[in-house]
Design a protein around this ligand. Structure first.
Ligand code: ADP
Ligand code: ASP
Ligand code: MG
Length: 416
């Protein structure tokens, strides 16, 4: 069995949906689970719906209309209106979404977020499943919320592996083609949860782990994993082989081509992960698997933007040691601010963290009574794996460096 994942970019319009069919015809689709994300930037558009629902009710309808229109354009291109039942199916999903907003009483932003944002994946998979069936590629649509069971950490749910394993093994048929949603799960009360932004890669890994799949392929708009993000660097090199360890390091520091949670389940069962271009499915792309650390052996650059640099020191010149550093970490964990770099001295402690959920204000208000706090928002973290001395000299000359940190094979710079 194999698992494929098609991300937002690979299903961003009608042409891309047709291309998914081409990819499946090229690779074959017997014994295949296909995990699909929301189309194009629809998750962002649905995030806007939730935002307006809480902060600017008047704009909600416009935000919903944008999502409806986007899907309608794709539907009209792929199917004959009034003839194909998919139009009604999609319309009834939108009705369900609006009914939720009308009847909801919960003030919990994250709960509401998950109940709304899930429609991106529900609708995209309905459309793709219907299109493939129409084109004689028979498949079964599965609601991933029946399979992936999680706790109630809305927007960042943790998978209950035992239950999920059981569900997946019971629900997914090994023969034939299954189409299901990435990113979604459900808690024990069957409310929708999500696995964190860009979490569809992780979904693919969960299915692969539970089904003992022979491989996972994620289909991208790039030829594979490159030694740097092509949006940031002009010249990039395709990495043909990467070990799990190397890939985890790159993903952790922000190589957004693979979601960082994806690799651990795959590594545990040594299931290879292929990253390939949906435009040239016959090219070999990148293989993340047991074996050589990195082939070819080149330096790899990872850029992580929108970081917060916090510099803390004690108010009374006491040392920054275990107990007060421990306190800082507890708070960072509480506010879901993921730490990407740490540096400390006797009386000061610096940390670079994500501020994905806009919790900086809350964190600062908790820190200020105990510490002297300085901070910089919007700093960038550069991580260079397998660096060469001359690259470092270049960085040091060109950039306004706030912090530099070096270990045997990794160099990191925090830059304004
Ligand atoms: P998806 O359609 O699956 O959501 P993403 O847009 O999340 O795909 O990921 C693909 C993008 O990741 C590429 O277009 C590229 O700009 C970016 N990217 C960042 N780092 C790398 C890297 N090291 N190699 C390849 N692509 C990268
Ligand atoms: N649609 C979700 C997102 O954009 C999940 C994913 O695409 O992986 O974050
Ligand atoms: Mg994505």
């Amino acid at each position: 069995m194999r698992v494929f994942k098609f991300g937002g970019a690979s299903v961003k319009d009608a042409e891309s949906v047709r291309n998914v069919k081409k990819v499946l015809e090229t690779t074959g689709y017997e014994e295949l689970v296909v995990v699909v994300s929301a189309m194009g930037k629809m998750t962002n558009a649905l995030e806007k719906v939730v935002h307006y629902y809480f902060y600017n009710k008047e704009e909600v309808q416009n935000a919903i209309d944008e999502v409806v229109l986007f899907h309608r354009t794709i539907l009209l291109d792929l199917f004959l209106e009034k003839v194909h039942p998919i139009f009604d199916k999609v319309a009834s999903l939108f009705k369900e979404m609006k009914r939720f907003l009308e009847s909801n009483k919960s003030p919990d932003y994250s709960y509401v977020y998950d109940q709304i944002v899930c429609y991106g994946e529900l609708i995209s998979t309905k459309i793709i499943s219907a299109y493939l069936n129409n084109e004689q590629i028979a498949n079964t649509w599965i609601d991933s919320r029946e399979c992936i069971k999680t706790d109630s950490s809305y927007r960042d749910a943790n998978v209950d592996w035992d239950l999920t394993n059981l569900r997946i093994k019971t629900i997914i048929k090994r023969k034939g083609l299954t189409v299901t949603q990435g990113f979604l799960g459900a808690n024990y009360n069957n409310f929708t949860t999500t696995l964190g932004r860009e979490g569809s890669d992780y979904t693919a890994a969960i299915y692969a782990y539970c089904l003992n799949a022979e491989s996972v392929t994620i289909w991208k708009d790039v030829p594979g994993v490159l030694n740097a993000d092509p949006r940031e660097f002009k010249k990039t090199i395709l990495l043909e082989q990467i070990s799990y360890r190397e890939a985890i390091e790159m993903a952790f520091y922000g190589a957004s081509v693979i979601h960082p949670k994806t690799l651990q389940p795959l590594q545990r069962k040594e299931i290879p992960l292929y990253v390939k271009s949906f435009l040239s499915p016959l090219n070999s792309g990148t293989s993340v698997a047991k074996g050589k650390d990195l082939e070819p052996e080149v330096s790899c650059y990872v850029v992580k933007k929108n970081q917060v640099l916090l510099s803390l020191s004690s108010l009374d010149f006491s040392f920054m040691v275990e107990d007060n550093i421990g306190e800082v970490f507890k708070l960072l964990h509480l506010y879901k601010m993921k730490v990407n770099l740490i540096q400390n001295s006797a009386i000061s402690f610096s940390v670079v963290a994500d501020n994905q959920y806009n919790q900086l204000e809350n964190l600062l208000s908790k820190l200020k009574p105990t510490f002297k706090v300085k901070y910089n928002e919007n700093v960038t973290l550069y991580t260079i794996r397998h660096f060469k001395e001359k690259e470092i000299t270049f960085f040091e000359k060109e950039l306004d460096i706030l912090i530099k940190q070096q270990s045997r094979d990794t160099m990191q710079f925090v830059v304004k």
